[in-house]
Design a protein around this ligand. Structure first.
Ligand code: ATP
Ligand code: MG
Length: 566
């Protein structure tokens, strides 16, 4: 096994501040059973930020023998869809987690309605008949207090009657809302009589037309947590200011132990956007091929790109949980997948930009099978036979007619090793009329079979190759960052994040040549193409027409030198 350059933090190995709270609550006996939940809104596909929340919620439940629910927070009928529900379930399961219950906020619509009636009866909520604009105008600002609505003191009976008639569909959208009766002068805007229910004549993907009033997220969320007996309700920092409302609702409607909301910093990655709204825009405007486009930071995109669940979990464990916002370098995600694939991916040879090599002293028509090691990190993976012949392909980049300093690969008159095969020496460069190199004529030394010289002669480079006649033509898709700036969300005036899309984020190479043994690789199979990176078979593949996605490159020492020199 390769030793990573940094110590691996396994989930829970060091206690973050949330795990410390959980630990303390168990130690003091405040809780004997830990219950968490992951509460996505089914209005888009999950992204790597959600993976952080999933690893936290499911991770804590696993570590403490507790439970974690998957709760679809489906309170907004117009933006939600079963397609998203199915994708969310697939992604959570793929990450390796099993939910204790699959629940929907819409399962609680009747209970939430009853809670609202209770609040009205107790003078803690009222039906407001102002328009949305009028309500906004009375709301005040961060520096000015709000003003009471003229409907704030309407009699309980009248609110109860109106609320029932709202439910029964008597009123069009926007004519009434149910509001909590808290404090219009509160410094916290969320406490200035927030809306709890609105009228929306819209079909819901689960409840159909049973309801035409829908609870607000801020109302449904804490009460769903409390109904499920959630002990620790973990959410991102933007909900910090909503916590007083969260507590106000559960305190007024529940007895005994109540869920504790704890906020943590959301995951931000550079060169990426992460809000579902923006990801949806990328999909709808066809800047990408779909939610699972391998350039997307979605879990389905990472999966298609070739990421493993282990790599994503490792990344989430490494970045940890903190209270302060920060931006994580996408290179850290790449680090985690490289580490994981280094251990598990078999090595194969493939040439992305082929250059023909003819071994002039190798007999025409002869072939032989050389032994190639499958995975130097894993001796149990053994060796395989790869066919060598007179005509080969090497990487065009592995040859320079006029080699710069420190370029040790093939050049006129120079000898290099072909991996697990022979030493070859370049004797002649063949060009076409336009001056493009079309072929190298080389000689080989039969005494170097297996890749070493009996006389101890050294070469400075070992190169991958495939036999021209035996190679399998494949398509390879190379991905770069989707955005060309670190923070596409901080758009300059007159621009939006889509103006920062990287035009070179996808490069399709159609005449790559891979070793023949790959012909039966199935979608999802992952390999290391020696010296090039990790690649994964894309579902677009057809028999005889394989498509590979580059998951991540290897660290290429020469590319680095060249970049520094330029
Ligand atoms: P987005 O802002 O991307 O649209 P969201 O917060 O609206 O996401 P939800 O479906 O409401 O998406 O999120 C489900 C859970 O995932 C919430 O608990 C939320 O706090 C958490 N979450 C969302 N984005 C991140 C992130 N970038 N990092 C960590 N947790 C996140
Ligand atoms: Mg949300």
């Amino acid at each position: 096994m390769a030793q990573p350059d940094e110590p691996v933090k396994t989930p829970g190995a060091s206690l973050d501040f949330i795990r410390q709270i959980v630990e303390d609550d168990l130690a003091t006996g405040r809780h004997t059973h830990i219950a968490t939940r992951f509460p996505p809104e089914p209005n888009g596909y999950l992204h790597i930020g959600h993976a952080k929340s999933i690893c936290l919620n499911f991770g804590i439940a696993l570590e403490k023998g507790g439970t974690c629910n998957l709760r679809l927070d489906d309170t907004n009928p117009t933006k939600e869809d079963v397609e998203y529900v199915d994708a969310i379930k697939e992604d959570v399961a793929w990450l390796g987690f099993t939910w204790d219950a699959e629940l929907y906020a819409s399962d609680y619509f009747s209970k939430l309605y009853e809670f609202a009636v209770t609040l009205i009866t107790r003078g803690l909520a009222y039906v407001d008949s102002l328009t949305a604009d009028e309500i906004r105008a009375l709301r005040g600002t961060l520096t000015e207090p709000g003003k009471n609505s003229p409907y704030r003191d309407r009699p309980v009976e009248e609110s109860l009657d109106l609320f029932r008639r709202m439910r029964d569909g008597e009123f069009p959208d926007g004519t009434h809302v149910l509001r909590a009766r808290i404090d219009m002068t509160s410094p916290n805007l969320n406490m200035r009589d927030p809306a709890l229910y609105r009228i929306r004549h819209a079909s819901h993907h689960r409840t159909g037309d049973a309801w035409c009033i829908y609870p607000m997220y801020d109302y449904a969320h804490p009460l769903s947590d409390a109904l499920e007996g959630i002990t620790h309700s973990l959410c991102t920092l933007e909900f910090e200011d909503h916590r007083p409302l969260y507590d106000w609702l559960v305190d007024h409607l529940f007895e005994g132990e109540k869920p504790q909301q704890i906020e943590f910093a959301r995951l931000n990655l550079n060169y990426t956007v992460m809000s579902k709204r923006k990801l949806l825009q990328l999909v709808q405007q066809r800047h990408v091929a779909g939610w699972d486009d391998p350039r997307m930071p979605t879990i389905s995109g990472l999966r298609r790109r070739g990421y493993t669940p282990e790599a994503v979990r490792d990344f989430c464990a490494r970045i940890g949980i903190a209270k302060k916002e920060n931006v994580i370098d996408v290179a850290q995600l790449e680090y985690s997948v490289r580490e994981d694939l280094n251990r598990r991916a078999p090595r194969v040879m493939a040439v992305l930009t082929p250059l023909k090599v003819v071994i002039t002293n190798y007999p025409e028509g002869q072939t032989e099978a050389v032994d190639v090691i499958n995975n130097p990190e894993d001796p149990s993976a053994g060796t395989r036979k790869v066919t060598f012949s007179r005509e080969l392909y090497i990487e065009r980049d592995d040859f320079r007619e006029d080699p710069p300093k420190k370029f040790f690969r093939l050049a006129p008159g120079r000898e290099v090793r072909l991996r697990c095969a022979y030493f070859i020496t370049c004797q002649e460069v063949v060009k076409d009329d336009s001056g493009t190199i079309v072929e190298l004529r080389c000689t080989y030394d039969p005494a170097t079979r297996g890749g070493d010289a009996p006389d101890g002669r050294r070469v400075k480079a070992t190169m991958h190759w495939v036999s021209a006649q035996h190679a399998l033509p494949v398509e390879v898709r190379l991905y770069d960052r989707l955005f060309s700036v670190e923070n596409p969300e901080a758009a300059q005036e007159g621009k939006t994040f889509v103006d920062y899309l990287n035009p070179g984020s996808l490069e399709v190479l159609r005449d790559c040549q891979a070793e023949a043994g790959l012909s039966d690789a199935l979608p999802g199979a992952r390999f290391q193409f020696e010296r090039l990176g990790y690649f994964c078979v894309d579902p677009d593949s057809r028999p005889g027409a394989l498509v590979f996605n580059r998951t991540v490159s290897l660290r290429d020492a020469w590319a680095k030198i060249e970049k520094q020199q330029s």
